[in-house]
Write a protein that binds this ligand. Structure first.
Ligand code: CS2
Ligand code: MG
Length: 412
């Protein structure tokens, strides 16, 4: 059996997705997610122009060698575009191997280490009543852990809060929690860290008062604080016993987390925008984080993310794989298989995809009683209906960007 052909499928049911489909000489197919939110077509070109021509004739069983070939032969290493492209090939080859052996991918990775994956959902609200309603909805949906994102007085639109047209000066209302917005230009949002730092502890105090001390609560700082501001927030949130504070400060400078770590015991999660183990190296080795937030789609695939999380296991650091709606059902399935197999699983982010997406991608992973399970279909357990996919052509979409009150560019 050899790889006969590979095609890149771009579809935009509820949002843009890029999927690689590899077909072998025996007609076995494998899928890989290559979706890079806001820069999708860059990965499409990388795959179509530079990777697909290299795949025909290769042995699909040689997953590690394919990964090493694509990573080293490019000469230019790392980066979100390269690693999303390589990730798609890696996922598709694991999918094929599972189908050929008749085994779900988690069995190929060592078998199940638990019955199911604890997942967290995204509750949000501009103000407390709306936030409390959102928490109750997620509890009713079965979530056993909940991320809390709140509006900030004085700020119009903010990450993680579904916005209405009125919030954005007449711009299109954003999908519920889907950060990217379809349109020819990105939308500018505003930010004020001091207002955020003053407001957030009170939000968590109110949530704890309303929902009690047990419920695992998470929060995403979304890269917006300086290290000392992150340290302050981590310390101010300690009385509310968070499961984690995520992306508290931009972590290209991994040393920055030393300062945060000195000041707070609030657990830290980082890494959704990272794409190789090297981005995590100091954070893991110095135990500056508690959760690895990588995503199979952004970290080069199942193969390197498993290596990274196995390295993290030696430092008692757990997984917290990224799972927003811009990780496609193929990427989510791949993470569910990996999460079921590894010992140091922590938690899986799970934002359910929209109706149209679920018609394009039929998934075998299940969500029940707050636990995700990848299912026992051979391979990844996802099929892509190409006819349905063809109904939703690509639509340019951008993530918002942030400027401070004086117009200075900031992190979104
Ligand atoms: C967020 C993401 O889910 C999260 O933790 O950071 O929603 C992020 O904003 C998007 O993936 C960006 O495309
Ligand atoms: Mg995040």
């Amino acid at each position: 059996m050899i790889i006969d052909r590979a095609e890149v499928i771009v579809t935009s049911p509820d949002r843009n997705f890029v999927t690689l489909k590899i077909t072998t000489s025996d007609g076995v197919t494998g899928l890989g997610d290559a979706t890079l939110n806001g820069r999708e077509l860059a990965v499409v070109a990388y795959l179509r122009e530079h990777v697909v021509p290299l795949l025909a004739g290769r042995d699909p069983h040689r997953i590690e060698d394919a990964w090493q070939f694509l990573y080293r032969s490019a000469y230019w290493r790392r980066g979100p575009v390269t690693m999303a492209a390589i990730a798609a090939v890696d996922m598709a080859l694991w999918d094929i191997k599972g189908k050929v052996t008749g085994l779900p991918v988690y069995q190929l990775l060592g078998g199940a280490s638990r019955e199911g994956l604890l997942a967290y959902g995204h509750a949000s609200g501009k103000e407390l009543p709306e936030l409390f309603d959102s928490v109750r909805e997620h509890l009713a949906d079965g979530y056993r852990a909940i991320r809390i994102q709140s509006g900030v007085p004085g700020l119009k639109a903010i990450y993680g809060i579904a916005s209405q047209a009125s919030d954005t000066g007449g711009g299109e209302a954003r999908y519920d929690h889907e950060p990217a917005r379809r349109g020819e230009l990105p939308v500018q949002e505003d930010w004020d860290t001091r207002a955020y730092l003053r407001h957030l502890p009170g939000v968590f105090e109110a949530v704890r008062h309303e929902f009690g001390p047990e419920l695992p609560l998470l929060h995403d700082g979304h890269h917006r604080m300086t290290p000392i501001q992150a340290a302050k927030l981590g310390k101010d949130l300690e009385p509310f016993d968070l499961f984690w504070l995520e992306d508290c400060t931009p972590a290209e400078n991994q040393e920055a987390l030393r300062l945060v770590r000195q000041h707070t015991t609030t657990p830290l999660a980082i890494g959704e925008i990272f794409n190789t183990v090297w981005d995590f190296q100091d954070l893991i080795r110095e135990q500056l984080i508690d959760y690895v937030r990588g995503a199979v789609t952004h970290m080069g695939g199942i193969t390197p993310l498993k290596k990274t999380i196995d390295y993290a296991a030696q430092y008692q650091i757990k997984s917290g794989f990224h799972g927003p709606t811009d990780i496609s059902p193929v990427g989510m399935a791949a993470q569910a298989h990996l999460g079921l197999a590894i010992h140091n699983f922590g938690i899986q982010e799970y934002m359910p995809h929209g109706e149209k997406t679920n018609q394009v991608f039929e998934q075998s992973f299940t969500w029940q009683d707050g636990l995700l399970h990848p299912g026992d279909q051979p391979g990844l357990g996802v099929t892509l209906d190409t006819d349905e996919a063809g109904r939703y052509p690509y639509e340019r979409a951008y993530l918002p960007y942030n400027r401070l009150a004086d117009g200075t560019m900031h992190d979104w």
